[in-house]
Design a protein around this ligand. Structure first.
Ligand SMILES: [Zn+2]
Length: 107
Protein backbone atom coordinates (compact mmCIF):
# COMPACT_ATOMS: atom_id res chain seq x y z
CA UNK A 1 0.00 0.00 0.00
CA UNK A 2 1.51 3.25 -1.13
CA UNK A 3 -0.84 5.57 0.68
CA UNK A 4 -1.79 5.27 4.30
CA UNK A 5 -3.98 7.05 6.75
CA UNK A 6 -2.52 10.35 8.02
CA UNK A 7 -0.39 10.78 4.89
CA UNK A 8 -0.37 14.08 3.07
CA UNK A 9 -1.22 13.64 -0.58
CA UNK A 10 -1.47 15.69 -3.75
CA UNK A 11 -4.11 15.24 -6.44
CA UNK A 12 -2.54 14.53 -9.81
CA UNK A 13 -5.58 13.75 -11.87
CA UNK A 14 -9.26 14.45 -11.91
CA UNK A 15 -11.14 17.48 -10.69
CA UNK A 16 -8.58 18.40 -8.05
CA UNK A 17 -5.53 18.13 -10.27
CA UNK A 18 -3.40 21.16 -10.85
CA UNK A 19 -4.78 22.99 -7.87
CA UNK A 20 -1.62 22.19 -5.99
CA UNK A 21 -3.82 21.43 -3.08
CA UNK A 22 -2.71 18.88 -0.57
CA UNK A 23 -4.77 17.11 2.01
CA UNK A 24 -4.49 14.64 4.80
CA UNK A 25 -5.71 11.12 4.22
CA UNK A 26 -8.58 10.46 6.58
CA UNK A 27 -9.28 6.89 5.55
CA UNK A 28 -8.17 4.32 3.01
CA UNK A 29 -10.49 1.79 1.40
CA UNK A 30 -8.20 -0.87 -0.13
CA UNK A 31 -11.06 -2.95 -1.49
CA UNK A 32 -12.23 -0.02 -3.58
CA UNK A 33 -8.79 1.38 -4.19
CA UNK A 34 -9.93 4.75 -2.91
CA UNK A 35 -9.05 7.12 -0.13
CA UNK A 36 -10.88 9.86 1.67
CA UNK A 37 -8.82 13.04 1.69
CA UNK A 38 -9.47 16.05 3.86
CA UNK A 39 -10.60 19.06 1.86
CA UNK A 40 -10.55 17.31 -1.50
CA UNK A 41 -13.19 16.11 -3.92
CA UNK A 42 -16.23 17.73 -2.39
CA UNK A 43 -19.63 16.52 -3.37
CA UNK A 44 -23.01 17.90 -2.46
CA UNK A 45 -25.21 15.49 -0.60
CA UNK A 46 -28.90 16.03 -0.47
CA UNK A 47 -29.96 14.72 2.88
CA UNK A 48 -33.39 13.47 3.67
CA UNK A 49 -35.79 15.35 5.85
CA UNK A 50 -35.22 14.69 9.51
CA UNK A 51 -36.71 16.02 12.70
CA UNK A 52 -33.98 18.65 13.01
CA UNK A 53 -33.96 19.45 9.30
CA UNK A 54 -37.60 19.39 8.22
CA UNK A 55 -36.65 20.74 4.79
CA UNK A 56 -33.78 18.34 4.28
CA UNK A 57 -30.48 19.99 3.49
CA UNK A 58 -27.66 20.07 0.98
CA UNK A 59 -24.41 19.35 2.77
CA UNK A 60 -20.99 19.52 1.22
CA UNK A 61 -18.63 16.76 2.19
CA UNK A 62 -15.63 14.86 0.92
CA UNK A 63 -16.01 11.80 -1.28
CA UNK A 64 -13.36 9.08 -1.69
CA UNK A 65 -10.89 9.54 -4.56
CA UNK A 66 -9.25 6.78 -6.52
CA UNK A 67 -5.76 6.24 -5.21
CA UNK A 68 -4.24 6.24 -8.69
CA UNK A 69 -5.11 9.94 -8.75
CA UNK A 70 -3.11 10.67 -5.64
CA UNK A 71 0.57 11.06 -5.03
CA UNK A 72 2.37 11.11 -1.73
CA UNK A 73 3.47 14.66 -0.91
CA UNK A 74 7.09 15.06 0.21
CA UNK A 75 7.55 17.86 2.78
CA UNK A 76 11.17 18.32 1.71
CA UNK A 77 10.69 18.41 -2.06
CA UNK A 78 7.38 20.27 -1.63
CA UNK A 79 5.81 18.27 -4.42
CA UNK A 80 4.21 14.94 -5.15
CA UNK A 81 6.87 12.26 -5.35
CA UNK A 82 7.35 8.67 -6.32
CA UNK A 83 8.10 6.25 -3.57
CA UNK A 84 10.82 3.69 -3.08
CA UNK A 85 10.66 0.89 -0.61
CA UNK A 86 13.64 0.71 1.68
CA UNK A 87 14.54 -1.39 4.68
CA UNK A 88 14.22 0.32 8.03
CA UNK A 89 16.28 -0.38 11.15
CA UNK A 90 16.85 -3.93 12.32
CA UNK A 91 13.63 -5.86 12.43
CA UNK A 92 11.51 -2.80 11.67
CA UNK A 93 10.47 -4.06 8.27
CA UNK A 94 10.37 -1.82 5.25
CA UNK A 95 9.31 1.75 4.86
CA UNK A 96 8.54 4.28 2.16
CA UNK A 97 11.12 6.73 1.00
CA UNK A 98 11.04 9.70 -1.40
CA UNK A 99 12.78 8.77 -4.63
CA UNK A 100 14.05 12.31 -5.10
CA UNK A 101 15.50 13.29 -1.73
CA UNK A 102 15.39 10.12 0.32
CA UNK A 103 13.01 11.52 2.89
CA UNK A 104 11.64 8.64 4.95
CA UNK A 105 7.89 8.55 5.44
CA UNK A 106 7.70 5.68 7.88
CA UNK A 107 10.94 5.94 9.82
ZN1 LIG B 1 11.53 14.31 -1.25
Amino acid sequence: MRIKKEDTVLAISGRNAGTGRTGKVLAVYPARDTALVEGMNFVKRHTRKTQEQPQGAIVTREAPIRMCKLMLYCPQCKRGVRIANRPLAEGAGRGRECKRCGHGFDA
